[in-house]
Design a protein around this ligand. Structure first.
Ligand code: UDX
Length: 426
């Protein structure tokens, strides 16, 4: 059994702790936040993630996994590898802020014995791992890069069944050692330099974000031209070089990765006197998509949002997560509020951080009572199970905007206006 320390028990660190322990290693997760650690020690995950609670319970019980908020515990654990999984948030200029990462690296390096490897899982600008290696002032330690590609909602499954595993290091021996931690996983495995590994992560996320911006722009054009957007995207994706996944139109992309990583990549390029016009356009297209949805809602209530109440279903950035970071729904809500609307929102799991003019309802129906319009902004599947006649009966005006394209066709007859993103008005 290899002893592995995980530093930072946020989304990435926690799912990595569970994943690595499931692979048969002995794992100690470390975080400064005592309340988070205490919660985890009772097998309670602070985030909503499919399968996480059960796995935590099982792994803690079998002593494969434990947590601490004391650095000394990590030191006496003597991990052969430490995964650094702390946040790299966006700073005011759009670049990644490495303050937390740098201090975490300095703090935990002494816990690594000679020959130990610090593995950076946090998303970091190209060149960061090299700089960390130099800053540690220890020639007996190695630094590797091992980006995560986990999607919230399916993170544990993504960990165990990845499309690929990427490990970057300064020497093939170090890369091989890190890759050997994943021996139990059968997937394509790529060993690269530190810089290539760091850039692969940003390139993948920027490409996916660009693809979604393109998808949303095509959906908008399909709406204008009366083309059927499902058929257009399906027909396009049948080309094997394109493929059909990740082509679902929506109100815009968001979450904890795409917005900050696209912006950081643009910033990385600038620091090398280079430009990424496609990524810059994808970001601009996404802003336009969010505003477009707010404009549609404004249009549906008669062109003015002042004194109007909009019901919003879904505040998370996508379904099956409780994460509201950079949520397209909340960005649209903010535009509606700024234009004078009152918003009553409902989400099956999350509560939106407070804002003047926004209140949270305890049921989906309650949010719609007396509303001038209902907007579906997150694709929770249960929304399509709600009886449309009850929704329509309680609203001030039976007006619906489905920005996630999840409501069944049977809803249409119950509403005076039933607008679906990507579809021309019928
Ligand atoms: C993403 C990447 O997929 C993952 O590989 C990376 O490591 C972290 O960032 P995540 O943020 O969990 O994962 O969400 P993802 O499922 O990729 O969705 C991101 C955004 O795109 C969401 O707002 C989602 O609603 C939107 N989206 C996604 C679409 O609008 N249409 C799609 O077809 C897919």
């Amino acid at each position: 059994m290899t002893r592995i320390g995980i530093v930072g028990l946020g989304y990435v660190g926690l799912t990595t702790s569970v994943g690595v322990a499931q692979l048969g290693h002995q794992v100690l997760g470390y975080d400064l936040d005592a309340s988070r650690v205490n919660l985890l020690l009772t097998s309670k995950p602070p985030i909503h993630e499919e399968g996480l609670e059960q796995s935590l319970g099982r792994l803690i019980k079998s002593n494969a996994l434990s947590f601490t908020n004391h650095l000394e515990d990590l030191q006496s654990f003597k991990p052969e590898f430490v995964f650094v999984c702390v946040g790299t948030p966006q700073d005011e200029s759009g670049a990644a802020d490495l303050t937390i990462l740098n201090s975490a690296a300095q703090e935990v390096a002494p816990a690594l014995p000679a020959g130990g490897i610090m593995i950076i899982k946090s998303t970091v600008p190209v060149g960061t791992c090299q700089k960390i290696a130099q800053s540690l002032n220890r020639t007996d330690l190695f630094v590797a890069s091992n980006p995560e590609f986990l999607r919230e909602g399916t993170a544990i499954k993504d960990f165990m069944e990845p499309d690929r595993i990427v490990v970057g290091a300064n020497s093939p021996e170090v890369a091989k050692k890190v890759m050997s931690l994943y021996d139990a996983i059968d997937s394509p495995k790529l060993e690269t330099s530190l810089e290539s590994s760091e850039l692969i992560k940003y390139a993948a996320n920027a490409y996916l974000a660009m693809r979604l911006s393109f998808t949303n722009d095509i959906a908008n054009l399909a709406e204008a031209t009366k083309a059927n957007v499902d058929q257009v995207l399906f027909g396009m994706g049948l080309d094997k070089r394109i493929g059909n996944s990740f082509l679902k139109p929506g109100p815009g992309w968001g979450g904890s990765c795409f917005p900050k990583d696209t912006s950081a990549l643009v910033s990385i390029a600038k620091s090398y006197d280079s430009r990424l016009p496609l990524v810059e356009s994808a970001i601009a297209s996404n802003h336009a998509a969010l505003t477009r949805s707010a404009d549609v809602i404004e249009g549906l209530v008669g062109g003015h949002l002042a004194n109007k109440t909009v019901a919003v279903w879904g505040v998370t950035f996508k379904a099956n997560t409780d994460d509201v970071r950079d949520s397209p729904s909340l960005k649209i809500v903010d535009i509606l509020l700024k234009r004078g609307a009152t918003v009553k929102a409902f989400d099956p799991i999350a509560i939106a951080p407070g804002r003047a003019g926004l209140s949270m309802a305890s049921t989906a129906l309650e949010a719609t009572v007396g509303a001038d319009a209902l907007a579906i902004l997150t694709e929770w599947p249960e929304f399509s199970e709600i009886p449309p006649e009850l929704v329509a009966a309680g609203m001030k005006e039976p007006v619906v905007y489905d920005a996630r394209r999840i409501l069944p066709e049977s809803w249409r007859s119950h509403f005076s206006v039933f607008k679906v993103l990507g579809e021309a008005a019928k």
